[in-house]
Unconditional design. Structure first.
Length: 319
């Protein structure tokens, strides 16, 4: 992805340092992970931040996830790199480029730390408050690891185009497990969540498909807009932030976003753990060209009918 000038014109949303505001304990104490504090949602995202999220489509929230959770999820990430799940893609390897771009899904169904984080940390309640929703159904979780020397970018895209759902209350919470300089992190096209764009999708591995994700019949959709040209002309503005471990990016699924690779001389890996959340108005949409085909083939079938509310055993409400 070409380097573009990014704009950090809005203040980040602060949360108190330390753990004093997040003392209520999660059920993770039952599972051998130790005593892990639950997120204080009102301290993490106030009314001004909710309004900013609605207007811009993406914000950063500082120090939302405490160090014990970060350490537990880092250990989970290392285990998954060695023993990935059935939906794992290694994008750099598939592209024949250097480094490693590891991408896996539904970790909460296999790893204790991810299971406790999704169900008991309060991150779903944070997503619900941000969206103005009574509910927060976990759509899935996703681990991204880019090692130094990984040329493979995260191409410009929005998530809505890949997902078999319909509605507006759907967002992601992307947790930094490492320090991420803004020039190596995700950038967002400001306000693009309002475009209602469904675009042609391709696999991040570089082709139209992989053996885990098949996007048949999606080529009738329009291509992704030329974001770099739009930034160069001044038509688009990009939002991006420096991040420290425990900071989160909160963004609507319809936001166009992307990220570059990680150069060989980078002192930082880029491990990010994303949880995807559906609110009150989300229903199942069995349109062609989504991730649903690959999910069903690997046993992740929600068994919903078109138009059904997303609530089901695969996508429980944890708000």
């Amino acid at each position: 992805m070409p380097t573009v000038q990014t704009v950090d014109r809005r203040p980040c949303i602060p949360a108190p340092r330390g753990h004093s505001a997040r003392r209520r304990l999660s059920a993770s104490a039952r599972t051998g992970l130790g005593v892990l504090p639950r997120i204080d949602v009102k301290a993490a995202i106030d009314d001004d931040a909710v309004a900013q999220f609605s207007a811009d489509g993406a914000i950063v929230l500082r120090n939302v996830v405490s160090e014990p959770w970060v350490e537990a999820l880092r250990a989970m990430a290392e285990r998954n790199l060695v023993d990935p799940g059935p939906l794992c893609d290694e994008h750099a390897s598939a592209q024949g480029t250097g480094g490693r771009f590891h991408d896996d899904q539904f970790l909460w169904r296999r790893h204790g730390a991810a299971h406790e984080y999704v169900l008991h940390s309060g991150i779903g309640a944070l997503a619900a408050r941000a969206m103005g929703s009574r509910t927060a159904h976990i759509l899935y979780d996703q681990l991204f690891v880019k090692e130094p020397g990984t040329a493979a970018p995260t191409p410009w895209h929005n998530d809505t185009s890949y997902w078999h759902i319909k509605g507006e209350q759907v967002c992601s919470v992307w947790l930094a497990l490492d320090e991420v300089p803004r020039e190596r992190g995700l950038s967002y096209v400001a306000g693009s969540h309002r475009w209602q764009l469904l675009h042609r999708v391709t696999n991040f591995s570089g082709g139209a498909h992989s053996d885990r994700n098949v996007y048949d019949d999606a080529d009738t959709l329009p291509p992704v807009p030329d974001v770099d040209a739009g930034v160069a002309s001044g038509e688009y503005e990009l939002l991006s932030w420096d991040m420290l471990p425990g900071d989160v990016l909160l963004f609507y699924s319809a936001m166009l976003h992307g990220a570059p690779g990680v150069p060989p001389d980078s002192p930082h890996r880029r491990r990010g753990y994303a949880t995807r959340w559906c609110g009150d108005d989300i229903v199942f949409d069995d349109r062609p060209g989504t991730m649903h085909t690959g999910w069903k083939a690997k046993g992740f079938d929600c068994a919903l009918l078109p138009g059904d509310p997303i609530a089901c055993a695969l996508h429980p409400n944890v708000a």
